[in-house]
Ligand binder design. Structure first.
Ligand SMILES: [Zn+2]
Length: 75
């Protein structure tokens, strides 16, 4: 899982993932829909927003395999 910052979509104001772009200090709003079953993407998708406007940074989930370091035994 990638650590992507969350930004507010400039159109629907929903928190969505901000994807790094080649433009320094800017993030691209990840493709998203306004409603889950909609057939079209929100027009705010792919627009660039300043990275300083990120509202949160998603933490990486812990690896489940790292928790049990020893080999699994029957009993
Ligand atoms: Zn949107």
């Amino acid at each position: 899982m990638a650590k992507l910052p969350r930004v507010l979509c400039p159109v629907c104001n929903d928190p969505v993932a901000g994807v790094p772009t080649r433009r320094l200090g800017m993030l691209s709003v990840h493709d998203h829909k306004r409603t889950p079953r909609a057939l079209v993407l929100c027009p705010g998708s792919m627009t660039h927003v300043p990275a300083a406007d990120a509202i949160a940074v998603q933490e990486e989930l812990p690896e489940p395999a790292a928790e049990r370091a020893e080999a699994p035994t029957l009993f």
